[in-house]
Design a protein around this ligand. Structure first.
Ligand code: UDP
Length: 315
């Protein structure tokens, strides 16, 4: 598993270890945390491109590839970091898998591959027109995986995450540079930040703020296990993963107020460039083909889990 010391990777590693899998985490700790690697997983601190050939030669059933640069704003200012860090590194990983004969790949893709949708909920057949470099690099990797699967018999699944939130016990979101809405709101609730800037109140939505589809990180992790089990030789399947319901930024803040008991002061700020008004997933394909059904879709539950993690582990 690459990037298993990060937020989604660490939850997935923990769930896989609990399910009885033997897990090796490779992470350079550029954004991850060593103490997020679960007990029971072997940890290798290394650059993936350097470590993959020798490691994969040991023989693995599959690779879960989470490691990536994932800050949208940074991707616009420093595209080379994203084309190199995401695309070049992933191509090296694919080549190492091919050389070692590793049969399966599950890749962390993103809703950012779609850009501004024509209609919601978004199915996997929607046009892919990323509005930022981050999304463009993830889409490029998806294309590469499709080619490798067709030509070399790789069994591959890409999972396009919508807005991941929540936590799993001691595994949660801990970014040095935090840009995501729920952790930022919870920083305000825990006194680490004075107020929240809501980016834009003039979107064509019911309350003028953007609408997003929040998926609990544990539901997301479970989809990875199903993807590993269902990957088919020579095929690359792509699935959207969301809860299928949209919540506006104002609604998220209000739910956070109710859960934390903090007033959470807000101010309106200009729109953030590249932010689509509404992103909601159709996860019908994941349900049909993977047998996946998200069980933690209630926003209060997602926020309660994130709040518990914030209070216990980010104090
Ligand atoms: N957002 C905001 N203030 C913040 C961080 C985010 O208003 O400090 C908004 C952002 O503009 C978007 C929504 O919250 O409309 C979700 O943003 P996030 O970065 O969490 O996820 P994204 O949808 O960009 O992947």
């Amino acid at each position: 598993m690459t990037g298993g010391a990060g937020y989604v990777g660490s939850v997935c590693a923990a769930r896989l270890v609990e399910a009885g899998h033997e897990v090796v985490v490779v992470d350079d700790l550029s954004t991850g945390h060593e103490d997020a690697v679960p007990d029971g997983a072997r940890f290798v601190r290394a650059d993936i491109a350097d470590a993959a050939p020798a490691l994969l030669a040991e023989g693995f059933d599959g690779v879960l590839h989470f490691a990536a640069k994932s800050l949208v704003g940074e991707s616009m200012q420093d595209p080379a970091k994203y084309w190199s860090g995401n695309v070049v590194t992933s191509l090296k990983l694919l080549d190492a898998m091919r050389a070692a004969g590793t049969p399966r790949l599950v890749f962390s893709s993103t809703a950012a591959t779609y850009g501004e949708p024509d209609a919601v909920p978004i199915p996997e057949t929607a046009p892919t027109r990323p509005t930022n470099t981050y999304g463009a690099t993830k889409l490029a990797i998806d294309h590469a995986i499709t080619s490798y699967a067709a030509a070399h018999g790789l069994a591959a699944v890409s999972l396009r995450y919508f807005n991941v939130a929540g936590a799993y016990g001691r595994y949660g979101e801990r970014h040095t540079t935090e840009t995501h809405l729920i952790p930022i709101v919870l920083q305000v609730a825990s006194g680490k930040r004075e107020k929240l800037s809501i980016y834009g109140d003039d979107y064509p939505t019911a309350d003028g703020t953007c609408v997003r589809d929040y998926i609990h990180v544990v539901d997301l992790a479970d989809a990875h296990q199903l993807a590993l089990e269902h990957a088919e030789t020579g095929s690359h399947r792509i699935f959207n993963l969301g809860s299928g319901t949209g919540f506006s930024n104002r609604e998220v803040v209000q739910t956070c107020r109710e859960i934390t008991g903090h007033p959470i002061p807000t101010e309106f700020a200009p729109r953030r460039p590249g932010d689509p008004a509404v992103l909601v997933a159709s996860s019908a394909a994941a349900t049909t083909h993977l047998g996946w059904k998200p069980e933690r879709t209630a926003l209060p539950q997602i926020i309660t889990d994130a709040w518990e993690f914030t209070q216990t582990h980010l104090a």
